[in-house]
Write a protein that binds this ligand. Structure first.
Ligand SMILES: [Cu+2]
Length: 321
């Protein structure tokens, strides 16, 4: 059977995306067989028709026999196609259930469809991490997806794995697969879900178990950082570094090294000693006190940074000695 399947795959395989999961051939075998059957049927039908057109052409003056019906022929053309089509149906049902099977040692990933992105949540040792767009999975490892949606119907579709299932708000749906080849494979949303439906794409990145473990450990530790100084330094690099250095060098704004506890002089207010309150004010209402020698070029971060984030930034700026 496998030999026949491989032969057909060699002939018709170009029509489908790359097979990159263990169950992919279950789908492709049916597709290939139906394609073969269609081609044989088409040639047979057209061939017989052409033969009859020529053989019984009016110019030959043949008078056809009067045959009102033929029980044998009718039975044959009813029974044989029925067997073939029922066979295809049962084959399809069998393959469907085969693809549903989840090995006991399957790794679980939670998938959430939301307008308009895919989010993947991994758990390890009571810690969890959510990432979007790229779903990492180890090669040759069974994976079970527990899926849901936060808003409308979406459909999680990975053509190269031959898997597709709706994600439904308030309901859990499942998929299982075992990726067999390293590489990147496209994820599509296959259920029209609003304006940016067509851009609701993602990637399955199949990597070695070793790389996967490394990646997951890194993601988990990154997302579980609780050190305020580290968090503050990240916020600073993202929001402030364009105008401030962490040394005493000026950029658009003053260098912030040694700021904490330093006497500040302003062009529009009385001087103060820089403390947490002053730094908070500098972030939320920068123009209340404009440092001598600078102009009011800093925009307020009120509403852009949370109270917590401002605290982290203050903790970080304190360390710039
Ligand atoms: Cu969608």
């Amino acid at each position: 059977m496998r030999f026949l399947g491989d032969v057909l795959q060699t002939i018709f395989g170009f029509m489908l995306p790359e097979q990159a999961s263990q169950g992919a051939h279950l789908v492709d075998d049916i597709f290939n067989f139906v394609t073969l059957l269609s081609i044989v049927g088409f040639i047979g039908l057209m061939g017989a028709m052409t033969y009859f057109i020529i053989r019984y052409h009016r110019s030959r003056g043949e008078k056809s026999a009067y045959i009102p019906h033929n029980a044998v022929a009718e039975t044959i053309w009813t029974v044989i196609p029925t067997i073939i089509f029922l066979g295809i149906a049962f084959w399809g049902i069998w393959a469907y259930f085969e693809l549903q099977k989840v090995p006991n040692d399957a790794m679980k990933i939670n998938v959430t469809g939301k307008q308009w992105m895919w989010e993947f949540t991994y758990k390890k040792d009571n810690k969890e991490v959510s990432v979007s767009d790229i779903m990492y999975v180890p090669v040759n490892k069974a994976v079970k997806l527990d899926m849901t949606s936060t808003d409308v119907l979406h459909s999680f579709y990975v053509p190269s794995f031959r898997i597709k299932r709706d994600t439904v708000p308030g309901m859990k749906t499942h998929l299982a697969f075992t990726a067999t080849k390293k590489g990147d494979y496209r994820i599509f949303c296959a259920e029209y879900c609003g304006t940016s439906h067509s851009r609701m794409r993602g990637t399955v990145r199949v990597v070695s178990q070793k790389r996967f473990d490394k990646w997951l450990d890194r993601e988990i530790s990154e997302s579980n950082v609780t050190d305020p100084i580290e968090l503050g330094s990240r916020l600073f690099m993202r929001n402030c570094i364009t105008c401030h250095t962490t040394t005493d060098k000026k950029k658009i704004g003053p260098g912030l090294q040694g700021l904490f506890g330093k006497k500040r002089e302003f062009s529009n207010a009385d001087g103060v000693v820089a403390n947490a309150e002053y730094i908070r004010e500098s972030i939320i209402a920068p123009n209340t006190k404009i440092v001598n020698g600078f102009s009011g070029q800093m925009n307020s971060f009120a509403g852009l940074l949370s109270e917590k984030e401002i605290d982290y930034l203050i903790e970080y700026i304190k360390t710039l000695k």
